[in-house]
Design a protein around this ligand. Structure first.
Ligand code: ATP
Ligand code: MG
Length: 142
């Protein structure tokens, strides 16, 4: 077991639906700790850069429009196996395939408007955290 940090985003459909508190409460209940947090609206450039790995996918422009359509909450979550734990708590990308009780089952409205993002590996966590946060904005919550 190792203490890890991962990037979490509460996406625009979930902030619009007033589910910020429900989602954060779930992370804390599961033992993940918030090491950094920002409520913000992404620019087109920032959202495009974040999802650069999906640039050639047919849904890329639609995804960028969605991610810039309203406020997001950017967070660094910290805890034991935080990267994998967060992905488990989120559930499958498509809410139709997400397990009962997962955040996407509870709060997504479709495969694109799927409520939350979570880094999928240690290398993406490192890139994504530094994409949104300066080192001095992240606190140790061990
Ligand atoms: P995320 O990276 O947001 O945590 P993920 O890793 O589960 O999600 P990815 O394959 O990285 O899924 O896709 C990134 C995001 O693009 C998805 O979360 C979703 O919002 C959107 N997306 C993925 N597939 C589709 C699709 N077929 N149609 C529309 N949007 C999609
Ligand atoms: Mg992904």
């Amino acid at each position: 077991m190792s203490n890890e940090r991962t990037l979490s985003i509460i996406k625009p459909n979930a902030t619009k639906d007033n589910n910020i508190g429900n989602i954060i409460a779930r992370f804390e209940k599961e033992g993940l700790r918030i090491a950094a947090a920002k409520l913000t609206k992404l620019s087109k450039e920032k959202a495009e850069g974040f999802y650069i790995e999906h640039k050639e996918r047919p849904f890329f422009n639609s995804l960028v429009n969605f991610m810039t359509s309203d406020l997001v909450v950017l967070m660094v979550l910290e805890g034991e196996n935080a990267i994998t734990r967060n992905r488990e708590i989120m559930g499958a990308t498509n809410p139709a395939e997400a397990a009962e009780g997962t955040l996407r089952k509870l709060y997504a409205s479709g495969i694109e408007e799927n409520a939350v993002h979570g880094s999928d590996s240690a290398s993406s966590a490192e890139r994504e955290i530094s994409y949104f946060f300066e080192k001095n904005e992240i606190y140790d919550r061990f």
